[in-house]
Design a protein around this ligand. Sequence first.
Ligand SMILES: *[C@@H]1O[C@H](CO)[C@@H](O)[C@H](O)[C@H]1NC(C)=O
Ligand SMILES: *[C@@H]1O[C@H](CO)[C@@H](O)[C@H](O)[C@H]1NC(C)=O
Length: 489
Amino acid sequence: MKNMRTPWLSFLLSVMVMIQCVASAIVLNEASVFSETTHLDTGGLSRESFPEGFLFGTATSAYQVEGMADKDGRGPSIWDEFIKTPGIIADNSTGEVAVDQYHRYKEDIDILAKHNFEAYRFSISWSRIFPDGAGKVNWKGVAYYNRLINYMLKKGITPFANLYHYDLPLALEKKYQGLLSRNVVKDYADYAEFCFKTFGDRVKNWMTFNEPRAPEPYIVAHNLILAHATAVQRYREKYQEKQKGRIGILLDFVWYEPLTRSKADNYAAQRARDFHVGWFIHPLVYGEYPKTMKNNVRDRLPTFSEEEVKMVKGSLDYVGINQYTTYYMQDIGPRQPQKDLSYQQDWNVGYVYEKNGVPIGPLEYSGWLYNVPWGLRKALLYIKERYGNPTVILAENGMDDPGNVTFSKGLHDTTRINYYKDYLLQLKQAVDDGANVVGYFAWSLLDNFEWRLGYTSRFGIVYVDFKTLKRYPKMSARWFKKMLTRKKH
Ligand SMILES: *[C@@H]1O[C@H](CO)[C@@H](O)[C@H](O)[C@H]1NC(C)=O
Ligand SMILES: *[C@@H]1O[C@H](CO)[C@@H](O)[C@H](O)[C@H]1NC(C)=O
């Protein structure tokens, strides 16, 4: 075909390309046009659908948005090392620049405020504060978070600060294998305390860890729980009374629905919940691991000493639940306890994604995220019933588009609007049924560095042009703006 192109045809083609460029430039400049011309269906939801004081925000994490990964004194984290593994990140990208929130935080907070959100869940990069994980402070890093926090407050945005989002300082990994070593408990608690002392006059909502989704050895989780509890203890003993804040943890929770009503499938689903969210929340509420875990993991599961139980039990003022999706669980018969010794085999369950040929929900781009709104309600009511109705924030929820989605489709994200509408209707039901949920955070504010998917997956309610880093609120952002408009009194 290329050889058959006549000169006038290529001229015509280049004119067409020019017209397209001009057209898209018009869209880029007048992205606000569609808010007036497009009907945004809130499904009857409004701010008044939720209790007085209920907070709406968006969430991000440091490595995914900040950039300046090796600048202004920041030390490397394990992610800066991991991304160097050839072929490990889908598009061979890094978080070196990410979406440059380090410099563009004002614009980002302005976008939040303009769309009627009132909270922002961000994370602090440990190695930006302590480049070596412990010891010497990087004051440029401290200054950055001061700027960010102060600007949020200026704009009426409540900061929710998470102290750890997968980004362990590389120095500690090298020094003693990071979370595999009990040494991490003290270094983490010192870092956390530094943050309470430095930012706690303004930050009243703390979260210690965002728990990894990936299977982790039991030792790592055990040390993480102890590090969490130690930080909480320091906060409560030295800062909480004066600063009047609260502290908790962030836990991923896929809802696991039994495939059939059989007892065996019900037990399988229960094991899955225990191994996923129960692994962390059970000790924090009851001081021990779930029974199903003890039964299946046996002596490979660490135990808490009596002293530790006292510290771990009750070490939650509130809990953040990250909820995106739901899977069916199926019994797969007895296991071979002598042979099957991996974390996933310990679950001893079968994953199923459809029933009678019907998928559990539409599969979103990332390949793990089935859109199943009712799973959110079940997950929240489960936390309510099983764990004494703790104060909960729904700390992450959202869906992605492919990174190469066209600009126009990326902005007209009607599937995402429907996702949020349907999930929020279920959230409202859970709240109406008594679940003590006090806030909701959409993941994410911006398209950003999506870990191993690099920039090939867009979870934002704001489209980011990854070349220019310009931000364009999507239709979903406008949907939130409309839904969250306060009625004038
Ligand atoms: C990423 O790098 C690997 C080699 O390290 C290469 O095989 C692959 O094609 C690259 N992928 C992209 C999207 O550039
Ligand atoms: C996006 O990338 C995928 C996979 O590389 C490809 O199949 C698809 O056609 C691309 N879509 C667009 C709009 O470029």
